[in-house]
Design a binder for this molecule. Structure first.
Ligand code: SF4
Length: 204
């Protein structure tokens, strides 16, 4: 008999969790969403990128980071020689869009965070990147300030976290781009150290 028959499937539980979220009514956002936006990228990736919540384009399409912020993110990935298909798994603190893209309410985050916590367990990333103040605070503590913490490695239950600005902040203030690039350069170096010493990036 093949012993592998009883081995857990890769990313065991991810499909079930996604299915549960797609039908979720745990917070009032289920009444106003068009689509639940659960995840994107590669579940086998070693980098887990966490944003705030779906925006208009994401809510309409059901896909993560497809609007202007997503396009900017893809340019940053390209500079790092990372792709969504290979290197990055992506999700948000909230899986449903807050109307008008307002900041997520505390109760909404409390209701939704268990999904993210389970995703982190299942994906088991080597590196987590949080984008913006909401993701930083939700994951690591309400009192943290993104302006102070960005660029500094933090720990989330023994997992390395690099906080950086959200791409929507870069669209509003392009001066922040250089800071985000410095943060991603640290991610590239850590990726080489922990995951793939041969990862090529022409800038780092
Ligand atoms: S935001 Fe999260 S908790 Fe609220 S309805 Fe959507 S999936 Fe459920």
């Amino acid at each position: 008999m093949d012993g592998d028959l009883f081995a857990p499937a890769p990313f065991s539980g991810l499909n079930e969790l996604r299915e549960e979220a797609i039908h979720c009514t745990k917070c009032p956002l289920h009444k106003t969403r068009t689509n639940v936006v659960f995840d994107g990228g590669n579940p086998a990736a070693r980098i887990f990128l966490i944003g705030e919540a779906p925006g208009y384009d994401e809510d309409q399409s059901g896909r993560v980071f497809v609007g202007k912020s997503g396009q900017l993110l893809d340019k940053i990935f390209a500079a790092c020689n990372f792709t969504r298909e290979e290197h990055i798994y992506i999700s948000n603190i909230l899986k449903c869009r807050p109307p008008g893209n307002r900041t997520p309410a505390t109760e909404e985050m409390a209701a939704c965070l268990p999904y993210l916590e389970q995703q982190i367990e299942i994906i088991n990333p080597a590196i987590i990147i949080t984008l913006g103040a909401t993701a930083l605070k939700a994951l690591l503590g309400e009192n943290l300030k993104i302006t102070r913490e960005r660029g500094h490695w933090k720990l989330y239950y023994n997992r390395l976290v690099m906080p950086t600005y959200h791409p929507s902040a870069l669209l509003r203030n392009p001066n922040l781009k250089k800071d985000v690039w410095e943060d991603f350069k640290k991610v590239i170096l850590k990726y080489r150290e922990l995951v793939n010493p041969g990862h090529y990036c022409k800038y780092v």
